[in-house]
Design a protein around this ligand. Structure first.
Ligand code: MN
Length: 146
Protein backbone atom coordinates (compact mmCIF):
# COMPACT_ATOMS: atom_id res chain seq x y z
CA UNK A 1 0.00 0.00 0.00
CA UNK A 2 1.42 3.29 -1.05
CA UNK A 3 0.08 6.83 -0.77
CA UNK A 4 2.54 8.47 -3.20
CA UNK A 5 -0.03 8.55 -5.99
CA UNK A 6 -2.58 10.15 -3.67
CA UNK A 7 -0.06 12.74 -2.49
CA UNK A 8 1.25 13.54 -5.98
CA UNK A 9 -2.21 14.54 -7.20
CA UNK A 10 -2.83 17.12 -4.50
CA UNK A 11 -1.51 20.44 -3.22
CA UNK A 12 -2.16 20.32 0.52
CA UNK A 13 -1.67 24.06 0.86
CA UNK A 14 -4.76 24.48 -1.35
CA UNK A 15 -7.14 21.67 -0.44
CA UNK A 16 -8.55 20.78 2.96
CA UNK A 17 -8.25 17.06 2.20
CA UNK A 18 -6.03 15.15 4.67
CA UNK A 19 -2.35 15.03 3.81
CA UNK A 20 -1.87 11.39 4.53
CA UNK A 21 -1.19 10.02 7.95
CA UNK A 22 -1.62 6.30 8.09
CA UNK A 23 -4.01 4.54 10.41
CA UNK A 24 -2.98 1.80 12.73
CA UNK A 25 -2.70 -1.60 11.18
CA UNK A 26 -4.81 -4.49 12.39
CA UNK A 27 -7.49 -2.37 14.01
CA UNK A 28 -10.14 -4.69 15.36
CA UNK A 29 -12.95 -2.72 13.75
CA UNK A 30 -12.43 -2.15 10.05
CA UNK A 31 -14.24 0.90 8.76
CA UNK A 32 -15.78 1.81 5.43
CA UNK A 33 -17.16 4.99 3.96
CA UNK A 34 -19.12 6.02 0.89
CA UNK A 35 -18.46 9.62 -0.07
CA UNK A 36 -20.79 11.29 -2.55
CA UNK A 37 -18.43 13.30 -4.73
CA UNK A 38 -20.04 15.93 -6.90
CA UNK A 39 -17.07 16.64 -9.19
CA UNK A 40 -16.92 16.92 -13.00
CA UNK A 41 -19.03 13.77 -12.93
CA UNK A 42 -21.10 12.85 -9.88
CA UNK A 43 -19.93 9.56 -8.39
CA UNK A 44 -19.71 7.71 -5.11
CA UNK A 45 -16.29 6.89 -3.67
CA UNK A 46 -16.38 3.56 -1.86
CA UNK A 47 -13.49 3.05 0.56
CA UNK A 48 -12.54 0.05 2.71
CA UNK A 49 -9.92 0.44 5.44
CA UNK A 50 -7.42 -2.38 4.89
CA UNK A 51 -3.84 -2.50 6.25
CA UNK A 52 -3.91 1.13 7.39
CA UNK A 53 -5.06 2.73 4.13
CA UNK A 54 -8.38 3.17 2.39
CA UNK A 55 -8.65 0.98 -0.67
CA UNK A 56 -10.87 2.99 -3.00
CA UNK A 57 -13.24 2.62 -5.93
CA UNK A 58 -15.29 5.26 -7.77
CA UNK A 59 -18.82 4.01 -8.36
CA UNK A 60 -20.61 6.24 -10.90
CA UNK A 61 -24.14 4.98 -10.15
CA UNK A 62 -23.65 4.28 -6.45
CA UNK A 63 -23.55 1.09 -4.42
CA UNK A 64 -26.71 -0.98 -4.92
CA UNK A 65 -29.05 -1.41 -1.97
CA UNK A 66 -30.72 -4.51 -3.42
CA UNK A 67 -29.26 -7.88 -4.46
CA UNK A 68 -28.94 -8.58 -8.17
CA UNK A 69 -27.91 -5.10 -9.28
CA UNK A 70 -24.33 -4.96 -10.57
CA UNK A 71 -22.58 -1.60 -10.70
CA UNK A 72 -19.30 -0.57 -12.28
CA UNK A 73 -16.63 0.35 -9.71
CA UNK A 74 -13.38 1.86 -10.99
CA UNK A 75 -10.34 1.29 -8.76
CA UNK A 76 -8.68 4.52 -7.73
CA UNK A 77 -5.60 5.28 -5.69
CA UNK A 78 -5.37 4.27 -2.01
CA UNK A 79 -6.32 7.12 0.30
CA UNK A 80 -5.00 7.84 3.81
CA UNK A 81 -7.03 6.49 6.70
CA UNK A 82 -8.12 9.91 7.96
CA UNK A 83 -9.82 10.62 4.63
CA UNK A 84 -12.65 8.51 6.05
CA UNK A 85 -14.04 11.57 7.85
CA UNK A 86 -13.50 14.06 5.03
CA UNK A 87 -16.37 16.22 3.89
CA UNK A 88 -16.02 19.57 2.24
CA UNK A 89 -15.14 21.39 -0.92
CA UNK A 90 -12.09 20.70 -3.07
CA UNK A 91 -11.23 24.01 -4.74
CA UNK A 92 -11.63 24.73 -8.45
CA UNK A 93 -8.62 23.82 -10.54
CA UNK A 94 -7.54 21.04 -8.18
CA UNK A 95 -7.78 17.29 -8.52
CA UNK A 96 -11.34 16.18 -7.77
CA UNK A 97 -12.67 19.75 -7.55
CA UNK A 98 -16.20 19.78 -6.19
CA UNK A 99 -18.01 18.80 -3.04
CA UNK A 100 -17.63 15.67 -0.93
CA UNK A 101 -20.22 14.50 1.56
CA UNK A 102 -20.45 11.26 3.52
CA UNK A 103 -23.33 9.23 2.10
CA UNK A 104 -22.82 6.21 4.35
CA UNK A 105 -20.28 4.89 6.84
CA UNK A 106 -19.88 1.99 9.21
CA UNK A 107 -17.83 -1.12 9.77
CA UNK A 108 -17.15 -4.14 7.65
CA UNK A 109 -15.80 -7.62 8.01
CA UNK A 110 -13.75 -9.25 5.26
CA UNK A 111 -15.09 -12.69 4.48
CA UNK A 112 -12.76 -13.61 1.66
CA UNK A 113 -10.35 -11.75 -0.56
CA UNK A 114 -7.64 -12.06 -3.15
CA UNK A 115 -6.28 -9.79 -5.90
CA UNK A 116 -9.38 -10.23 -8.06
CA UNK A 117 -12.24 -10.55 -5.60
CA UNK A 118 -13.30 -9.23 -2.22
CA UNK A 119 -16.27 -10.49 -0.28
CA UNK A 120 -17.27 -8.59 2.85
CA UNK A 121 -20.09 -7.92 5.25
CA UNK A 122 -21.07 -4.24 5.50
CA UNK A 123 -22.66 -2.83 8.60
CA UNK A 124 -23.55 0.75 7.74
CA UNK A 125 -26.43 3.14 8.22
CA UNK A 126 -27.71 2.56 4.67
CA UNK A 127 -25.74 -0.40 3.40
CA UNK A 128 -25.85 -3.72 5.18
CA UNK A 129 -25.32 -7.30 4.12
CA UNK A 130 -22.79 -9.25 2.11
CA UNK A 131 -21.24 -7.47 -0.86
CA UNK A 132 -18.84 -8.65 -3.54
CA UNK A 133 -16.31 -6.71 -5.59
CA UNK A 134 -14.92 -8.53 -8.61
CA UNK A 135 -12.17 -7.34 -10.92
CA UNK A 136 -13.17 -7.56 -14.59
CA UNK A 137 -9.90 -6.27 -16.05
CA UNK A 138 -7.51 -3.38 -15.48
CA UNK A 139 -9.09 -0.97 -12.98
CA UNK A 140 -12.62 -2.09 -13.72
CA UNK A 141 -14.54 -3.91 -11.04
CA UNK A 142 -18.18 -4.76 -10.42
CA UNK A 143 -19.85 -4.31 -7.04
CA UNK A 144 -23.06 -6.07 -6.07
CA UNK A 145 -24.99 -7.28 -3.08
CA UNK A 146 -25.12 -11.03 -2.56
MN1 MN B 1 -13.97 10.95 -6.17
Amino acid sequence: MDLKKYESKRDFTQTSEPSGTRGKKHESQSRFVVQKHDASHLHYDFRLEIDGVLRSWAVPKGIPLEPGVKRLAVKTEDHPSDYINFEGTIPEGHYGAGTVEIWDSGTFKLIDYNMKKLEFYLNGRKLSGIYILINTGDNNWLIFKK
